[in-house]
Unconditional design. Structure first.
Length: 123
């Protein structure tokens, strides 16, 4: 049985591959970008990030309640998102409020969700 999704012969377009390899070599942030996607690949962190697109700011207690986790677990996930530059926080008295770092993060989350909705509709 043959695979239909694999080339049956080797045929490399040297111009295209050279161009793409050169562009990849110039991009120094690939590793950091993979860390972002890895962080968002965790279901709880994705829920937290999505929640922060729905509300501009949430305290750790609210996040924990939303995702059904302890405050310690929510805080751990929020710190991870912050360490990757996806979220930021501010302290007000005894409360800590988190928000997404900027609109790029919100766009990534919305684009990913929109894409998945389109994939689900095609199935």
């Amino acid at each position: 049985m043959k695979d239909h999704d694999v080339c049956e012969i080797t045929c490399v377009d040297n111009d295209k591959t050279r161009n793409v390899r050169q562009q990849l070599a110039k991009t120094s942030h690939i590793l950091e970008v993979t860390k972002i996607f890895k962080a968002l690949s965790d279901e709880t962190r994705m829920k937290i990030a999505y929640a922060l697109t729905l509300e501009n700011e949430l305290c750790v207690c609210d996040v924990a309640h939303i995702v059904g986790a302890t405050t310690a677990t929510a805080s751990h996930h929020l710190r991870h998102l912050r360490s990757l530059g996806l979220a930021k926080y501010r302290k007000e008295g005894k409360l800590v409020y988190y928000s997404l770092d900027d609109d790029h993060v919100k766009q990534l989350i919305h684009i990913a969700l929109e894409h998945q909705e389109e994939v689900a509709e095609r199935e």
